[in-house]
Ligand binder design. Sequence first.
Ligand SMILES: Cc1cc2nc3c(=O)[nH]c(=O)nc-3n(C[C@H](O)[C@H](O)[C@H](O)COP(=O)(O)O)c2cc1C
Length: 359
Amino acid sequence: MIKTKLCEMLGMQYPIIQAPMGPYDTKELAVAVTNAGGFGMASHPVPDPKFGIMAILQDDETKMQAFESVKVKLLNSLRHIASNAKGNFGVNFRVAPVQSDVPMLLDEVITEREKNPALRKKLKVVVCSAGDPTQPYLKKIQEAGMLRFHTVPSVYHAKKAEKSGVDGIVCTGFEAGGHVAHEPLHTFVIVPEVIKSVKVPVAAGGGVCDGRGLAAMLAFGAQAIYMGTRFIATKECEFNDKVKDAIINASVTFPREDPTIVTQGVYGPLRHFKNKFSFELAELTTKLKNKEITMLDVYKFESGATYRAKGPEGNIVDGAIWAGQVALRLHEKLTCKQVVDGIMAEATETMKSLGKMVA
Ligand SMILES: Cc1cc2nc3c(=O)[nH]c(=O)nc-3n(C[C@H](O)[C@H](O)[C@H](O)COP(=O)(O)O)c2cc1C
């Protein structure tokens, strides 16, 4: 049995956290992961496709309509997880300045949590990312009785988050899927350094997919693993099957190379699969660097494609497939229970056999 202090803090059976994957809905995934003994996370939505993303909206009325669409999606997702998960879960907010909806959204979540006993009992943590942990409104999370974690890519950011009063830290390296740091610091380097630099518990990820990965992260001093890409390729994940297949076929499609590419994204650099869309976004990234276009052009391009690959259309050619390099290590679509049980069995076995090596 592997238990950490973070398991107790979050009330999870195993030290396995499903990373949030906004803007996509992960409510079914979160339920399945929590019910398998891990810790599910609701993701931060973006407005309905007809609006585009918050960052491109100009007038106040449209912004409010867009906000309403985000609110409805998020509250539905939270209510669904609270009614169907047998244990606890969390929610993510990207707190970048372009994400102008977050302060209002947080108020809505706190109010809903007060009204809904299942939500009050099970929604334990808000994991913030992609922004400044010292923003005063974030204090409301703890005042409402939830834990506040912050996602960091460096020792500097970890110390800043700890100083701001967070209860825990998430540290992910550059191989992770989705938005990554400006500095390409990989999990094997940054995770142990971040853990050494803070006192609060750290959940670690970016490239983790199995029990040996869990054993390695525990050896570094992490208290849980934080996995996105592994959980996309599960039966319960609501992402399009074509996306899951692209992930589990990555080692065949890309036998000699990294299947992913990092380009400019809405909240900074973004890691996604190589396809027509990603190469076009890479071209825009170069044009942006050369000041031939503005960030607004990037937002507009990205906000259409973000949905295409994961939505009903499942367009894996000109849609964004956000995924990490660890796709190369995934060869099977599994249930969340198979993933969680497999990781726990392999980590236990690995730690036992490592113990036998000690003279
Ligand atoms: C499809 C996708 C969407 C993501 N969206 C978010 C997000 O909205 N907020 C966030 O903090 N991280 C986001 N991430 C990053 C993950 O939370 C996590 O850090 C990452 O998946 C871990 O690395 P791995 O993919 O190698 O497991 C996303 C990742 C993916 C693959």
